[in-house]
Design a protein around this ligand. Structure first.
Ligand code: GSH
Length: 215
């Protein structure tokens, strides 16, 4: 398999973590996504992913996949051990709701392309982008903490939805590290801090997400 990847990308980190949890091998193809040297909007990469985003994965059969959730679910279906989704339908639905709260309602509104555009709008100044990023990170992670608190009050577990790391943890970890990048220590979210601290002890997580644990 080949992974179009950027070390700083939390979306790509989800795939790197899933690959590591599954014990799979993947050839990483770095794609520059920031600054003047950015390659992801050039025709060569748009041929790979018309959205111009990382990650993208080419399977062993030569099929090209995009979107981290679709890629991680593909890996889980193609390589079922260890499973990333729980066995019962209701917990699977909870996990998917949590993952969507990370990718659609938190990550999607603070990605560089959104924040960079905001900074060009009339009335924006140097505080607009950092303030937007911090606000939506806080709103997003507050919601994740509330979802976890409610679940764990009824069904305590070491990780998001069980005693082994799964899909929700794969998505939570890189997003939680992003909070540190915008100056938000994890201590304000005790459920998340406890889980992320456990995940940080696992090489599949620690070695595949860029940034250190925010304290
Ligand atoms: N929903 C997508 C998001 C992908 C995404 O936003 N990737 C970012 C890096 S974290 C990217 O490629 N940004 C480049 C750009 O915005 O130009 C996924 O989960 O794969």
């Amino acid at each position: 398999m080949k992974l179009y990847d950027a070390a700083i990308s939390s979306a790509a980190a989800r795939v790197r973590i899933a690959v590591a949890l599954k014990g799979l091998a993947v050839e990483r193809i770095p794609v520059e996504i920031v600054g003047a040297g950015a390659e992801n909007r050039r025709p060569a990469y748009l041929d790979v992913n018309p959205q111009g985003l990382v990650p993208a994965l080419v399977t062993d059969d030569g099929v090209l996949l995009t979107q981290s959730l679709a890629i991680v679910e593909y890996l889980d279906e193609a390589h079922p051990q260890p499973p990333l989704l729980p066995p019962d339908a209701a917990t699977r639905a909870w996990v998917r709701a949590f993952v969507l709260a990370v990718l659609a309602e938190t990550h999607a509104v603070v990605t560089p392309r959104v924040v960079n555009h905001l900074a060009t709008l009339p009335g924006a100044d140097e505080s607009t982008a950092p303030s937007w990023r911090r606000h939506w990170t806080e709103v997003g992670i507050d919601a994740l903490e509330a979802l976890l608190a409610r679940r764990h009050a009824a069904t305590p577990s070491r990780f998001c939805a069980g005693d082994a790391p799964g899909l929700a943890d794969v998505f939570l970890y890189p997003q939680a590290l992003n909070a540190g990048r915008v100056g938000l220590p994890l201590a304000r979210w005790p459920q998340i801090e406890a889980i992320v601290t456990r995940l940080a002890d696992m090489p599949a997580f620690a070695d595949n997400a860029q940034a250190t644990l925010p304290r």
